[in-house]
Design a protein around this ligand. Structure first.
Ligand SMILES: [Zn+2]
Length: 635
């Protein structure tokens, strides 16, 4: 990323901003779902008025929530997340973190124990001093003006409704809440290690999502998020000297100034000791913000794309250069990103300095200085987390894995990398696959036994799922799947089945078998070159399947005269075959039954002509033992 140095095209953003915003509003006009009549999703609109007291670190606020029950079900209860209740000694998150703190998962290169402790936790929760813990409590909740009965279950608020919400009904809820911002231990809080005062993600009473599987009132134990699609209007009042960034558009930029109205402008003076920042975000499922008195703000406009905001605190010149590198890389990469993964339709995106490592929030991310290299990763979450809003707790791999896939691909584009760009990611998957700590990728994020199994499944096995899909369907077809998935499911909550359905339709192949093996089991792939022998017709090659997952096979012969021959053996389960991926001459076999453990292929060339034979020279098939996949012959 830092290799790229494209000069700022210095587009004047002021008036363009408004035009883009209007364009984007029309982009968001919702059409009735034509591809699936049975799909529905809840809809929410939050209007929040909040005050942050920068001396006590307490947020007091009111929410006006309009909630539409689009489900066919009558709801007699609703649930909210109160994430900040996790940041205190004795919480469920504390228990989980302490359970993994000394759990040895592997040895490092010097034979030293590596424990499962998530190093992104900057402070141990049991060490929290008074006033450093977090809390979030709702003192009153009215539904259509009537007071409702509530019960707090640590990070979940259960609201028992006096009158159920009928299918199709829209209700108004009014809450009064108070939250104490914890000292930043992980992701959200105050006074992070780089001195950023406020990094506020998951900071407000956030309604749980209800979908075809029911309520997703998952306890917060440091893992993932899932929210209701909707609009946010958030008015934040705090000390006038603070400067803010958010995952939204600033509505009163004329009053605020500070680069929001025009490049390089100062924060406008006010008479009062406090000021109010008014943010708005449409068609998202979360809202996050940061605040500090010494932030610096600059913007870049992407042609036919969003206005990028960079809001950071000066630490040193090397770090400052990185913020400009992110700007350069983002502008450079956007046309490729849009072409490969679909357009970024929101008017703005903010790279915000804060948090405890990279975390994504739809129209923004928080980055710690040391984690600037993760900027593209976090931005790609706008596709695989925000727009394609999978339930991150149930299908973390469709969020982190697909994002990691996109990140590696975009980084390779920026750095003009060729060759097998996913080698490092595959290696991490192999580490998981060979570990006794491996668990199925379909394990809910909260229920993995180790952070190791969660991380390596979500990020790397999830990435391999996508790249290996390209091995099965052909890379061009996989790329069409990526765009069709985006087209059909953006602004919705896709599940693995939804993705596979798109993949099957685009490729004309059956692929449920692949998803089942890859998601629901820890079974692995291993094909071995067993033997070669000569007969009157030429040379035969016997391949043995040692792994439990059957796969289609690409087998490449290279002969003494440099001629290459690709032998392609589809799998019976696919009910289809991929098209040639390049110009190498290819022999296509009858599909092999998935039960077969021996596959024999044949070339007309003589055995003594063969110098190399290799199963999947592209390396996209995640064969856990590649040593037995290639044979080099010396004659
Ligand atoms: Zn991520």
């Amino acid at each position: 990323m830092s290799d790229t140095t494209i000069l700022n095209s210095s587009t004047k953003a002021g008036c363009i901003k408004r035009i883009i915003f209007i364009f984007t509003l029309s982009f968001f006009v919702r059409h009735p779902s034509s591809f699936s009549q049975s799909y529905w999703q809840q809809r929410i609109k939050y209007v929040m008025d909040v005050k942050l007291d920068v001396k006590t670190n307490i947020i007091t606020g009111k929410q006006k929530i309009s909630y539409t029950n689009s489900s066919p079900d009558t709801l007699s209860r609703v649930f909210f997340h109160l994430f900040y209740n996790a940041f205190k000694p004795g919480s469920m998150m504390d228990e989980e973190v302490r359970r993994t703190e000394y759990l040895v998962i592997m040895k490092d290169a010097k034979g030293k124990d590596i424990t499962d402790y998530d190093k992104r936790f900057k402070y141990r929760i049991p060490d929290t001093k008074p006033g450093e813990e977090g809390y979030c409590h709702v003192s009153q909740l009215l539904l259509d003006g009537r007071k409702q009965e509530m019960q707090e279950h640590e990070t979940i608020l259960e609201v028992r409704l006096d009158k159920p919400i009928a299918p199709g009904q829209t209700v108004m809820m009014h809450t009064i809440f108070e939250c104490q911002v914890p000292k930043l231990m992980r992701r959200s809080g105050r006074d992070n290690v780089e001195g950023v005062r406020y990094s506020l993600g998951q900071w407000y009473p956030k309604m749980s999502e209800y979908d075809k599987l029911g309520w997703h009132n998952d306890d917060y134990t440091s893992h993932e998020f899932y929210g209701v699609w909707g609009d946010f209007e958030v008015n934040i009042t705090l000390d006038k000297n603070y400067k803010l960034g958010a995952s939204a558009v600033l509505e009163n930029s004329g009053e605020i100034g500070w680069g929001y109205d025009k490049d390089g402008s100062e924060l406008k003076p006010v008479n009062d000791s406090v000021r109010t920042w008014k943010f708005k975000a449409l068609n998202v499922h979360d809202f996050a913000w940061v605040a500090d008195t010494s932030y610096i703000h600059f913007t870049r406009k992407i042609v036919n794309g969003p206005l990028l905001h960079f809001i950071y605190k000066y630490t040193d010149s090397a770090q400052q250069k990185k913020w400009y590198d992110i700007a350069d890389s983002s502008v450079l990469a956007y046309p490729y990103i849009a072409k490969t993964f679909g357009l970024y339709p929101y008017p703005a995106y903010s790279f915000l300095h804060g948090g405890g490592g990279g975390t994504e929030y739809g129209m923004a991310c928080m980055l710690r200085g040391a984690g600037l290299d993760g900027a593209i990763h976090e931005w790609m979450h706008s596709w695989y987390q925000m727009m394609l809003g999978t339930n991150e707790n149930l299908y973390a791999w469709m969020d982190e894995g697909f994002t990691q896939y996109a990140d590696t691909r975009v980084q390779a584009y920026i750095q003009k990398d060729t060759g097998f760009i996913y080698a490092g990611d595959y290696d991490r998957y192999y580490k998981l696959a060979k570990s006794p700590l491996a668990e199925p990728m379909s394990t809910p994020a909260n229920f993995f036994t180790t952070n190791f199994a969660y991380n390596y499944n979500a990020y790397y096995k999830g990435l391999v799922f996508m790249e290996q899909l390209g091995y099965i369907t052909g890379a061009d077809t996989r790329d069409k799947i990526i765009l069709e998935y985006y087209k059909q499911w953006r602004f919705k909550h896709p599940t693995p089945d939804d993705f596979i359905k798109v993949a099957e339709k685009v490729s004309g192949m059956q692929l449920q078998w692949y998803a089942n093996y890859w998601m629901n089991t820890t079974k692995t792939i291993d094909y071995k070159i067993d033997s070669l022998w000569l007969d009157e017709q030429g040379t035969n090659l016997r391949i043995k399947r040692l792994g439990e997952i059957p796969m289609p096979l690409d087998v490449m012969f290279i002969f003494k005269d440099s001629v290459k021959e690709l032998h392609y053996v589809p799998l019976s389960l696919m009910y289809g075959a991929k098209l040639p991926e390049d110009t190498v001459s290819r022999k296509v076999y009858e599909p092999q039954p998935w039960t077969n453990t021996t596959i024999v292929i044949h070339t007309k060339r003589r055995l003594t002509d063969v110098i190399t034979v290799e199963i999947d020279p592209s390396q996209r098939m995640a064969d856990i033992d590649r040593k037995n996949s290639k044979l080099e012959l010396k004659w």
